[in-house]
Design a binder for this molecule. Structure first.
Ligand SMILES: CC(C)(COP(=O)(O)OP(=O)(O)OC[C@H]1O[C@@H](n2cnc3c(N)ncnc32)[C@H](O)[C@@H]1OP(=O)(O)O)[C@@H](O)C(=O)NCCC(=O)NCCS
Length: 216
């Protein structure tokens, strides 16, 4: 898993219709919680956006964005968890926004556009890897087999991150932009990530336990 391993994975249902929350320990020891986004997360999402630096915002949206409108906040948080899913990472107290990854199904029902952003202070700790891992699990359950992502051609961080998910094709639709098409692995934990996680575990950096899902 490269940077993060789902640890303890004490997936706990918050009762009734509430989505599962999973606890993860990043490679630097920080604890985060991962869960699907909810309509009540608008303030958290706004706070996450405010903590993205200008460069990160540009890389996420491919154009300069100063703030999210109410309409965008509604669109990004009021998702149906099937055609549109977003997975949120928050700090240990549930109030600090850390990152979000989402997919939106395309006209081809087996394909979805994927996007991800991690607040700048949390870059390089494994949050992006963790979020994409959880998103792939949910996408597979929703019948999605391919992710497409459009990103700046020099965005090596996200291109590397996405290419770890599965077999990837790289197209260049416009100068300075790449479009990635990634075939999602059938297994929830891609073997490359597993190897990396095991290497990290052997080096004593992380503990690796199989993630539990709400089906268990
Ligand atoms: C791309 C992004 C989501 C990565 O998130 P992250 O939490 O930093 O990712 P991870 O910590 O899981 O890092 C995964 C890999 O990315 C690369 N990476 C991450 N941060 C890096 C940095 N600051 N410098 C160099 N490489 C970096 C590394 O190859 C890392 O591999 P490693 O695990 O072997 O170290 C984050 O940089 C971001 O939010 N960027 C702005 C928004 C954006 O570009 N979105 C993409 C549009 S789809």
């Amino acid at each position: 898993m490269g940077s993060a391993a789902v640890h303890g994975a004490n997936a706990e249902l918050r009762g009734g219709a509430f989505p599962p929350v999973e606890r993860a320990i990043l490679r630097d020891g920080s604890v985060v919680h991962v869960r699907p986004i909810e309509p009540g997360d608008k303030p958290l999402l706004r706070a996450a956006f405010d903590r993205l630096g200008a460069e990160s915002r540009y890389r996420r949206f491919l154009h300069p964005v100063k703030q999210l409108s109410e309409r965008e906040l509604a669109y990004f948080t009021e998702v149906d968890h099937y055609d549109h899913e977003a997975v949120l990472t928050v700090g240990p107290h549930g109030t600090e926004p850390v990152g979000v990854a989402r997919y939106i199904r395309l006209a081809d029902p087996k394909a979805a556009e994927v996007a991800i952003a991690v607040v700048d202070d949390w870059h390089g700790r494994g949050v992006g890897t963790l979020l994409l891992h959880k998103l792939v699990e949910r996408a597979r359950r929703a019948g999605i087999r391919r992710f497409r992502a459009t990103c700046l051609a020099d965005n090596d961080e996200v291109i590397d991150l996405l290419r770890r998910l599965g077999r990837a094709r790289l197209d260049h639709p416009d100068p300075g932009v790449v479009e990635l098409t990634i075939e999602l692995p059938a297994r929830p934990l891609p073997i490359d990530e597993l190897r990396a996680a095991l290497r990290a575990a052997a080096a004593g950096e992380v503990e690796v336990q199989p993630p539990r899902t709400e089906e268990q």
